[in-house]
Write a protein that binds this ligand. Structure first.
Ligand code: CTP
Length: 156
C-alpha cells in the first residue's frame, strides 16, 4: 500500500487543484490531504472565501482523495507522515525545495503546476467583474438623472 500525502488551502476549488490531486493519486494506492484551517491561513496571511469546513468537504468529495484532515500548523508534517505511514509527500512546484528536510522519512516530490489558473487570479478576476458592474450601474444612473433633469427643465 503506497500512501501519498499533500497539503493546501484549496479555496475556490479549480482545475489546477483537480489535476494536482489526480496526478498525486496516480502515484500510489491512497491519497490523503491536509486542508489548511482558517486559523492556519490567518498565520500565513491568507483569507479564504470558503470556510475550512466547506473546503474540507469539497476536497474530501474528490474521487482522487481517500481522506482529508486539518492542517493546523507548519510543524505537523513530520508527525502526519509517521502517523499515516506516508511513502510520498507531494506539492506543487511553487513549494520547490521547501520540504526537502522531510526526505529522510519519505520521498518528497514537487509537481508542475497547471498553468494560468490560481485562486488568487480567480479572486482578482471576480473583483474586476464587480468594478465593471459598478461602472455600468453608475452609467445607467447618470443616464436616468439626465432624463429626469431634462423632464424637470421642460416643465420649469
Ligand atoms: N496547484 C497546482 N496548479 C495550480 C494551482 C495550484 O498544481 N494552477 C497546486 C499548488 O501547487 C498546491 C495545491 O495545488 O500544491 C494547493 O494550492 P493552493 O495554494 O490551495 O491553490 P492556489 O490556486 O495556488 O492558491 P493561491 O493563489 O491562493 O496560492
Amino acid at each position: 500500500m503506497t500512501t501519498v500525502l499533500t497539503y493546501g488551502t484549496f479555496d475556490l476549488f479549480h482545475v489546477g487543484h483537480v489535476r494536482l490531486l489526480k496526478r498525486l493519486r496516480a502515484l500510489g494506492d491512497r491519497l490523503i490531504v491536509g486542508v489548511s484551517s482558517d486559523e492556519f491561513n490567518a498565520l500565513k496571511g491568507k483569507k479564504s472565501f470558503f470556510s475550512y469546513e466547506e473546503r474540507l468537504e469539497i476536497v474530501a468529495s474528490s474521487q482522487y482523495v481517500d481522506f482529508a484532515f486539518p492542517e493546523n500548523h507548519w510543524q505537523q508534517k513530520r508527525d502526519d507522515i509517521i502517523k499515516y505511514q506516508v511513502d510520498i509527500f507531494g506539492m506543487g512546484h511553487d513549494w520547490q525545495g521547501k520540504f526537502d528536510d522531510l526526505s529522510n522519512i519519505c520521498q518528497v516530490i514537487y509537481l508542475e503546476r497547471t498553468e494560468n489558473v490560481s485562486t488568487t487570479e480567480i479572486k482578482q478576476a471576480l473583483s474586476l467583474v464587480n468594478v465593471e458592474k459598478i461602472r455600468e450601474l453608475e452609467k445607467s444612473f447618470s443616464t436616468t438623472l439626465d432624463i429626469l433633469q431634462s423632464i424637470t427643465s421642460a416643465y420649469t
